[in-house]
Ligand binder design. Sequence first.
Ligand code: WQD
Length: 337
Amino acid sequence: MILVTGGAGFIGSHTCVALAQAGQPFLIFDNFSNSRRSVLDRLAQITGAPVPCVEGDVRDEALLARVLADHAITGVIHFAAFKAVGESVAQPLRYYDNNVAGTVALLRAMQAAGVRTLVFSSSATVYGDPASLPVREDFPTSATNPYGWSKLMMEQVLADVDASEPGQWRIARLRYFNPVGAHASGLIGEDPQDVPNNLAPYVAQVVAGWREALSVYGNDYPTSDGTGVRDYIHVCDLAEGHVAALRYLRAHPGLLTVNLGTGRPVSVLEMVRGFERASGRPVPYRIAPRRPGDVAACWADPSLAERLLGWRASRDLDSICTDAWRWQDGVARSLRG
Ligand code: WQD
């Protein structure tokens, strides 16, 4: 049984679908601080099976110990963390407590229960502003905000735990690029609790008429069209990468670190055009000043994950925008009643 912390969240819920499709039983552990309980019913609709879930906080070591023992957990996929860059700057202690202390509590409970297989949700944010592109796993890491530092600190905790018990742990640190899109059913997707910080959900809400226009944060970057360039990976490709990482860990003890990206650079305006094609509607936008902390461009060299995990992203930009729009349009209708 695989424990999925944060399994009711955006990437967590899509990973549960991929686990079900791979015939891998799972148990969700979530405190619903940034996700909705209704996701569980939708997951049951997609998988055709009940979705077991324990409500709890990853900092609750005693509860985690009980869950690990009661459910014969053999491995953990750890998504539960806060992830908003701007919020982390305003509330660093809340981020370090939830993200870093939460991971320490989880690892302590795992170690005590003899469960030493973990897939960790890391982020390309650990690369800071890369000196060259595409980004490889051996590039230097740094951070420019408490969210990014918390990811780096969690990566370091994992490396030190692995080194403390050589050959005992099986840990994969998966560095996500920009997760976007939604399950093709339209039943689950990215569901920001307030104004979206990220590009794709914001564009989707503009198309749905929830927002007036997109602010394009700068068009004077040294990129193809002057707007920011990123590596947008379909969340279902990302989810399948977690199943591939679990399979790899079963045969390879130690510490693995891989990029999960497409290797495909996409600009803000290219993403806008993708949503216009997917929805058949215009996306009004205005050019706004650059956003502090943004890098001009960042995209992955995904070759290590392909070589080691036998995994690569397969869904293209139009699939991303079509699936994201179907989810947004469905949510819009359901919220309108
Ligand atoms: C993408 C591009 C913006 C919004 C962040 C986190 C990262 C990860 C993913 C958690 C940039 C531009 C955006 C808008 C815009 N989060 N943009 N108008 O900044 O690459 O990564 O989210 O793991 O850790 O740092 O993603 O979607 O915010 O921005 O022009 O309203 O879209 O300038 O070029 P980012 P993003």
